[in-house]
Design a protein around this ligand. Structure first.
Ligand SMILES: [Zn+2]
Length: 567
């Protein structure tokens, strides 16, 4: 089995991804879009049937338990294969029995046996028998568990099975252990599961949860697929996606239904507490709380879980994931606290976050936002008078010359700066210190759009050449050929550069986009969404374009477009 993953769209450290699993043995390819929900199907006690998962939810990936299959259906499932056995031809992930191990203290099967069984039933994704550590365990125990888990991970790797291993990263709430686990696991496995976090979710210990996720992300490859193991509550999906989680499994929909607990995307209610149903899903729309049985509640719980995944994906598409998280944050004080605590991770997250967004910036007063970090760093490059600064919401002092740009343009503050002052200051803000000096070579003519009355084009009157345009939506400067050449001359390597391998040069010269796998080096101060210079290894300028990924992603991903080249 071969896994490949690429980013289709992004916001903060969240991504809409294309995850493909290829079975090299029979040539089949299965593909899902992430973030994805992976419902857990209990073979012996299914609350929601496979047919319902397919028909009602269009489920393309699910998880089931290999240990249960082994104990109660071994021969049949080996003979038929898991897909026929379940009548499901999507991606099937199997859990190893770690849960049973945690519940009962021991199980009668070895790591090797369960892994070989997982391969024999032809699941796409398997798990080794990791040892989960509960959040409040002593460090000594967490450490011992982790040592054993890493030993089993190594064994799984060495077996070289036809199976994608969903490799668990354990370590309890101890950040150093998590970091060690993440580094070790990330080296050998492309699908990484953050394990041992269910209790934190159930107890609403969201700040500890995000600390673990961020720490794992800091220590794994950016291109690894991240499974938040057991994180099945929709109220946390937005936040977890923003930190870079890609897959969520949900046993919660069924477990909660068993206790008559009704999931909403802002928390959980006991069905007996409800006078009205706050939902219009196909189950709830014409019913009262008393009408709902376990099966109904399980279906409803799944409807809201899938719905939340779609909403989060739409927020990524619109680039307003921050606003979405902030909105969710006020549904529970612990979530609010956790979101506020993201401030300490702002620097880390800012390297992933696009520099400009499709939606206007909404300031709800949260000082956590990655834009604050990125913006303040750039304002330092700008050379303007002391009196030119105006207060702009959570950003504090901002030069009046750049108020038309994202994110400041959302604040509606008028600027009396001249067009030339604006363009010169945007050059410094966008490309770096003294970048305005490049414009001294030209006889600038700045033209405004007839429709919007905003600055739109920059010409050189000497040559009548259009040297740059200014994007209406965010007021970023888009350099055309001549300005690209001057930027390349003015700034020394590697500033603004994306370096590509020789084999990609002829294609990019023809105007083809740059794929991540051809990038050999990149200016790490660039941000997704900004204009960059594509160069070869000798620093010859090949093209200009828009960077679509963060530098750290460019250096890690083997698939997908990284620079949209300007024709
Ligand atoms: Zn409902």
């Amino acid at each position: 089995m071969k896994i490949s993953f690429e980013i289709k769209d992004k916001d903060i450290a969240g991504r809409i991804g294309k995850l493909e699993i290829e079975n090299e043995h029979n040539g089949t390819k299965k593909c899902i879009e992430t973030p994805a929900l992976m419902p857990v199907y209990n073979v012996n006690n299914p609350v929601v049937s496979i047919e319902e998962l397919k028909d009602k939810f269009n489920t393309k990936i699910l998880m089931t338990n290999a240990y249960i299959l082994l104990k109660s259906h071994k021969e049949k499932v080996i003979e038929e294969g898991i897909h026929k056995f379940l009548n499901f031809d999507g991606i099937i992930a199997v859990d190893s029995g770690s849960y049973q191990l945690m519940e009962y203290g021991s199980i009668d099967i070895s790591n090797k046996e369960i892994l070989k069984f997982e391969e024999s039933i032809k699941a796409e994704i398997g798990s080794f028998l990791d040892i989960p550590t509960l959040p409040d365990a002593y460090k000594k125990i967490a450490d011992e568990n982790l040592t054993e888990t890493l030993k089993r991970a190594k064994e799984a790797k060495e077996l070289n099975l036809n199976l994608i291993i969903n490799a668990a990263i354990q370590g309890g709430t101890f950040i150093d252990l998590r970091a060690k686990a993440a580094k070790e696991i990330s080296k050998n496995f492309e699908l990484n599961a953050i394990g041992g976090i269910v209790r934190l979710m159930e107890e609403y210990r969201f700040d500890e949860l995000i600390n673990i996720i961020v720490n794992v992300k800091k220590n794994i490859k950016a291109s690894n697929v991240v499974h938040a193991f057991g994180l099945g509550h929709p109220m946390i999906f937005g936040l977890a996606v923003a930190l870079g989680c890609d897959i969520f499994d949900s046993a919660a929909y069924a477990l909660f239904a068993k206790d008559k607990r009704y999931i909403t995307n802002y928390g959980t209610k006991k069905i007996s507490e409800l006078e009205y149903l706050p939902c219009s899903c196909p189950v709830c729309h014409n019913k009262n709380p008393n009408d709902l049985d376990e099966h109904d509640i399980a279906l409803h719980n799944l409807y809201v879980s899938y719905e939340e995944i779609r909403k989060v994906k739409q927020a990524i598409k619109e680039n307003n994931l921050w606003e979405y998280i902030e909105m969710r944050a006020i549904s529970h004080p612990n979530l609010y606290k956790a979101v506020k605590a993201l401030k300490k991770h702002r620097k880390f997250l800012s390297q992933f976050d696009p520099i400009t967004k499709r939606s206007a910036f909404f300031d709800f007063g949260f000082d956590i936002r990655t834009e604050i970090y990125n913006v303040k760093k750039r304002i330092k490059n700008v050379n303007v008078g002391k009196d030119d600064f105006v207060k702009v919401g959570i950003f504090g002092n901002v030069p009046k010359q750049i108020l038309d740009m994202y994110p400041f343009n959302a604040f509606g503050i008028k600027s009396d700066a001249s067009d030339e002052e604006k363009i010169k200051t945007i050059m410094q803000y966008q490309f770096g210190k003294d970048a305005d000096k490049i414009l001294d070579k030209f006889n600038l003519i700045i033209k405004r759009s007839k429709n919007t009355k905003r600055i739109r084009w920059i010409y050189d009157s000497k040559t009548k050449e259009l040297i740059a345009s200014v994007r209406a939506q965010d007021h970023f400067i888009i350099p055309h050929k001549k300005l690209g050449e001057e930027l390349h001359k003015f700034f020394k390597f590697p500033k603004l550069r994306v370096v590509i391998s020789d084999e990609a040069v002829p294609f990019v010269k023809e105007g083809r986009n740059v794929f991540a796998k051809f990038i050999t080096n990149i200016d790490k101060n660039l941000r997704a969404g900004e204009e960059c210079l594509v160069v070869d290894k000798q620093d010859n300028l090949i093209a200009t374009g828009t960077l679509l990924l963060a530098p750290i992603e460019c250096m890690s991903f083997k698939r997908g477009v990284a620079v949209r080249v300007r024709k």
